[in-house]
Design a binder for this molecule. Structure first.
Ligand code: HH2
Length: 259
């Protein structure tokens, strides 16, 4: 079966690649429908940017951003909620979300209580400060061991659908990101299904610029080739799901790898 493609829908003013584009609920739902028409298997709705340096969003504001959008889209497809807050996860589930995409890897009890799936993503530190000085002795082993421990906690709490995600760009240098991608097999070998999100991230902007011989990182909208190449790489290494902004090309890539 081809790897699942999770389409990103950020209902935020400040997300690094699509911030401000879908703040209005009507525009957000329309964009979610477009991602579905492009072949997304599920839509990941988020109301708080977790880009490096981002300030936390108050709970009421995050609820206001995501709940109406989830309500509309959940009638048409599977929806995950990208949040670090238990109250937002609960409200999203009430609105129809069936997967908690948890960049804090701490909401497994919500998933257990409500009988929904859970993505445990690895992050060193928190978004405001995570890129100041990320450090590991052995990034692959440390990320793997933290994720396996989180998955086991969730299983013990009663969650039945558990995904692990190395958290590309979350408290990691570009070199950490590339090392994790090069050794994704170590995550796949744990037996827990793996999600990977590289889409339009900064390390791709830098690598694409270097490939072109320029100093300035390639802007987010021009990172398609890097996003699809790394999603394809992740799928070939055994990832079961990729989280992407550019759905059409990634769905084709996923089908090609399966073929
Ligand atoms: N990356 C981002 C957000 N959520 N969730 C998972 N499971 N894995 C990821 O790699 C991941 C994620 C960051 O990307 P984006 O949503 O595009 O930007 P922002 O955080 O600025 O809204």
């Amino acid at each position: 079966m081809p790897a699942l493609v999770m389409g990103v829908l950020n209902v935020t003013p400040d997300s690094f690649s699509d911030g401000g584009r879908h703040l209005d609920h009507v525009a957000a739902v329309a964009h979610g429908r477009r991602l579905l028409a492009e072949g997304a298997d599920l839509i990941d709705v988020g109301g708080e940017s977790t880009r490096p340096g981002a300030e936390p969003v108050p709970e009421a504001e995050e609820l206001r951003r995501v709940v109406p959008v989830i309500e509309a889209l959940a009638a048409e497809t599977r929806v995950s909620v990208d949040t670090r807050k238990a109250a937002v996860a609960h409200a999203a589930i009430d609105a129809g979300a069936t997967l908690v995409n948890d960049v804090s890897a701490s909401l497994h009890e919500v998933a257990a209580e409500r009988g929904v799936g859970w993505v445990a993503m690895h992050m060193q530190g928190e978004p405001r400060t995570m890129q100041l000085a990320p450090g590991y002795d052995d990034v692959v082993a440390e990320v793997r061991d933290a994720l396996v421990a989180a998955a086991q906690r969730a299983r013990d709490a009663g969650v039945t659908e558990i995904w692990i995600d190395p958290g590309i760009g979350f408290g990691k240098t570009a070199e950490h990101n590339w090392t994790l991608l090069a050794h994704l097999d170590a995550l796949v070998a744990t037996g827990w299904p793996v999600v990977v999100g590289t889409s339009r991230k900064g390390f791709l902007g830098a690598a694409l610029a270097a490939a072109d011989g320029v100093d300035e990182p390639v802007p987010t909208d021009d990172r398609l080739a890097g996003s699809v190449a790394t999603a394809t790489w992740a799928i070939a290494a055994g990832a079961g799901m990729v989280r992407v902004h550019d759905v059409t090309a990634t769905v084709l890539a996923s089908r090609l790898v399966a073929a």
